[in-house]
Ligand binder design. Structure first.
Ligand SMILES: Nc1ncnc2c1ncn2[C@@H]1O[C@H](COP(=O)(O)OP(=O)(O)O)[C@@H](O)[C@H]1O
Ligand SMILES: [Mg+2]
Length: 328
């Protein structure tokens, strides 16, 4: 359905320096599949989503790569054609519904605007579509005359999903769609996304900093660190048999019943390298217990170390599965 191929995204600073925010990223999203993009804050998840949507800010540009939608590179389309894809083929739901909605427009106006921009429907036809989508996101008709601030966080996120799905896109990019919500509402929104995906046979790119959430929703997980993919595999494989020490650290830092009961939370020591820090070798080297000379000198390439399970790590490559599990 969608294939990201060697995508690099760069930031040009005021001093005319170039920083790579996403480096050589590749992954495939099959029809009906969910891929989770996971990593700590600042690792390039949102930037990669904006690159796919063609919505990067002017100081940030795609420096190389292809974005293939049903085998067609959408980066080569003229701007007018490119814009038509948004909403109809690929749609995006952001984390922060309140800032994405216009405070002086009613929900009805928001939904009608999508049609006005993209389709030639008559008003009554558009109203009918709006009723249908409201039912699908499980909201009552009365929310149509409300303004965004009159709704709860969960209701607003349902409206964001309705806005994203109303033109029936093939791919939904959900960028931390539940992060701003309380736990119960999170669960409801997640269940709603799953349900709508199944019904529409839609593909989903689910962006999150929460590996547990990724496991719950995704078939496949890509672990991103400083804009670089360090591991990719089926969700179950990533949890049962993490290859990269970073992935292992992410799994260990998940809050469990024991941490709730008072066991100290595992913390990954140190911080990711700041934008613009020049380094050779593996981006995780300064925080990794397995770093050796080679990790400092060379950047490991992504290799298939188990069937359909890839990692970019010299250490993971050099030991067998048993030793990996014992030593991590
Ligand atoms: N508009 C911007 N101008 C400059 N730098 C940016 C901008 N947006 C994001 N960045 C930088 O790009 C990197 C990746 O950001 P982002 O994709 O938002 O991270 P994530 O979504 O994974 O938390 C960060 O280091 C961030 O500081
Ligand atoms: Mg983000």
């Amino acid at each position: 359905m969608l294939e990201i191929k060697n995508l690099s995204v760069c930031l040009k600073s005021k001093a005319n320096k170039t920083y790579t925010l996403v480096k050589n990223l590749s992954y495939k999203l099959e029809a009906g599949q969910t891929v989770a993009i996971v990593g700590e804050s600042g690792c390039g998840k949102t930037i990669h989503a904006l690159a796919i949507m063609g919505l990067l800010p002017p100081n940030i540009k795609i420096s190389q790569g292809e974005i293939l939608l049903e085998n067609k590179n959408i980066l080569l389309l003229p701007p007018k054609e490119r814009r038509k894809i948004n909403g109809k083929d690929i749609a995006l739901v952001f984390q922060d519904a309140l800032t994405s909605l216009n405070p002086v427009m009613t929900i009805r106006e928001h939904l009608l605007e999508v049609f006005a921009d993209r389709t030639k429907l008559y008003l009554d036809e558009a109203e009918e579509e709006i009723s249908k989508i409201l039912q699908q996101v499980e909201l009552p008709e009365r929310v149509l005359d409300s303004y965004p601030h009159q709704l709860s966080g969960g209701q607003r996120q349902r409206i964001m999903i309705a806005l994203a799905l109303i033109l029936n896109p093939k791919v939904l990019i959900a960028d931390e769609p539940t992060t701003a919500l309380d736990e119960d509402t999170q669960k409801q929104i997640l269940a709603l996304i799953k349900k709508l995906q199944k019904k529409r046979k839609m593909s989903v790119i689910f962006i999150t900093h929460d590996l547990m959430l990724a496991k719950e929703i995704a078939d496949k997980i890509c672990v991103l660190y400083s804009g670089i993919k360090l591991e990719e595999g089926a969700s179950n494989d990533i949890f049962a048999n993490p290859l990269h020490p970073y992935t292992y650290c992410l799994i260990r830092s998940i809050i469990t019943e024991e941490t709730v009961k008072g066991k100290p939370l595992f913390e990954i020591q140190g911080m990711p390298a700041k934008n613009g820090t020049r380094f050779y070798g593996c981006p995780f080297q300064n925080r990794c217990k397995k770093t050796t000379k080679v990790c400092i000198k060379f950047q490991p390439s992504l290799e298939e170390l188990r069937p359909k399970h890839f990692a970019a790590c010299f250490w993971a490559k050099s030991v067998n599965s048993q030793r990996r599990q014992n030593e991590l």
